[in-house]
Design a protein around this ligand. Structure first.
Ligand code: IPD
Ligand code: CA
Length: 241
């Protein structure tokens, strides 16, 4: 494990920031634009993660609130950070939210850590090794019948809800047994990795929402396809699709 120390520290800071978030009573909305909101706590938590990791390592960052920070060069490892995935859920005390931290290099995941601080569940995976939930090996579903599968998806905040987008969505509704939209892409993927859902697919989701999840799936050997766009958004399909 080449980046063992980074893996260890990413877990540590994800837990620390998760505990900090779980303690918050006031969730002040700083900005509400279209279908997206930003809390003061998004920024505060991201700064905590960046300060912690940059004091120890000199990798650059791609972070939801701050964008590219430091030496994020494509041929060097870089952190991908979402301090709160499921911000709107978090603001309403709906427990589907988490901290998500990944290390990637050359557009490929190295490892990912997702901390579901409401349930104290820590998902982690290191590519080439394995993936765990609270140190127990993860097991994903082996359901390969689409019409028997539960698919998790979402409507990305930035996407234009055109007839085409709604049409694609209708296709999903028709093909799968059940559709789930829990409002956190990272947790949706963690639930594919742990067999609660069979599939995750979302078009236009931001890379920081899914980077740790993709690492966990990759470490576990779950099938996935990812298409990267120039604006940091991706089309991701994982599990049974
Ligand atoms: C959101 C969640 C949600 C997805 C939205 C994202 P955020 O992330 O991942 O599942 O549908 O598009 O913006 O903003 O809470 O980090
Ligand atoms: Ca976020």
């Amino acid at each position: 494990m080449k980046y063992k120390e980074e893996f260890f520290e990413a877990e540590k800071v994800a837990r620390e920031v998760g505990i900090f978030l779980a303690d918050q009573r006031t969730k002040e909305i700083e900005l509400s634009v279209g279908r997206d909101i930003k809390l003061r706590l998004d920024k505060i938590s991201e700064e905590k993660i960046i300060d912690y990791l940059s004091a120890m390592f000199d990798h650059g960052f791609l972070a939801e609130e701050g964008g590219l920070i430091g030496k994020a060069k494509k041929d060097k490892p870089y952190w991908i950070v979402d301090p709160i995935d499921g911000t709107l859920n978090f603001s309403r005390d709906f427990q589907m939210c988490c901290v998500s931290i990944a290390l990637w290099k050359d557009h490929m995941p190295i490892f990912g850590v997702i901390y579901d601080f409401n349930n104290k569940d820590l998902f982690k995976g290191y590519v080439g090794e394995n993936s765990f939930l609270n140190n127990k090996l993860l097991r994903y579903s082996n359901n390969n019948e689409i019409h028997q599968s539960i698919v998790a998806t979402g409507i990305p905040s930035q996407i234009d809800l055109t007839d085409e987008v709604i049409g694609d969505f209708t296709e999903v509704l028709r093909s799968y047994k059940k559709v789930r939209m829990i409002g956190s892409a990272a947790l949706s993927i963690a639930y594919v990795a742990s067999g609660k859902f069979d599939t995750y697919l979302e078009n236009g989701i931001k890379i920081w929402d899914v980077a740790a999840g993709v690492a966990i799936l990759s470490a576990l050997g779950v099938k996935y396809e990812i298409e990267m766009m120039s604006d940091d958004s991706v089309f991701l399909k994982a599990g049974n699709f």
